[in-house]
Write a protein that binds this ligand. Structure first.
Ligand SMILES: [Zn+2]
Length: 173
């Protein structure tokens, strides 16, 4: 039983129907005449989770954190800018805009740098340096811990996401 395979041209976005046996071969787009590889559309479940859950959660937690910041400070300016960034990335990805895909890398980088900081702040909440302890020694130990957390988080979170989004650049225009 032969069927037709439906996809869209990555160059001109024209819908294409082609016999299923053609998947994986080079075909010429009937609309813009470009030669393209007929490939199965990649799944976008994670992208939907990202747009409709991950980004809204980042927006709401930053908004909540902004409520805790009393005076106008670097933190409040950062949080306002971050909320703006998250909202823009969300709308850009939903509209399948290339700028949304690009700014998503900024979001992903900031998030990767911030998450280990957040873990450290939870681990060391309310702790102060013991009298007589070496301040620079403590700072170096903290920096090493941050580096290790960054390495772990980067490989289990940033790396798979980077691969995922790189493979789906063609979905954005
Ligand atoms: Zn085309």
């Amino acid at each position: 039983m032969n069927g037709y395979f439906k996809t869209s041209c990555p160059i001109c976005a024209q819908g294409i129907e082609y016999p299923k046996e053609g998947v994986g071969t080079d075909i010429q787009c009937p609309s813009c005449q470009s030669w393209i590889v007929l490939r199965r559309d990649l799944p976008t479940r994670w992208l939907k989770f990202w747009m409709y859950f991950r980004l809204p959660v980042a927006f709401l937690t930053s908004l909540a954190a902004l409520g805790d910041v009393r005076a106008m400070s670097f933190s409040s300016f950062f949080l306002i800018a971050y909320c703006g960034l998250v909202a823009s990335v969300m709308s850009g990805l939903i509209k399948r805009k290339l700028w949304g895909w690009k700014w998503n890398w900024v979001f992903l980088s900031i998030e990767t740098l911030l998450f280990p900081l957040y873990i450290l702040s939870v681990l060391f909440a309310g702790q102060s340096l013991k009298p007589g302890a070496s301040q620079s020694g403590a700072a170096i130990a903290l920096l090493k811990l941050y580096g290790s957390l960054l390495l772990v988080y980067g490989s289990i979170w940033l790396l798979p996401n980077a691969v995922y989004f790189l493979k789906r650049k063609h979905l954005f225009k």
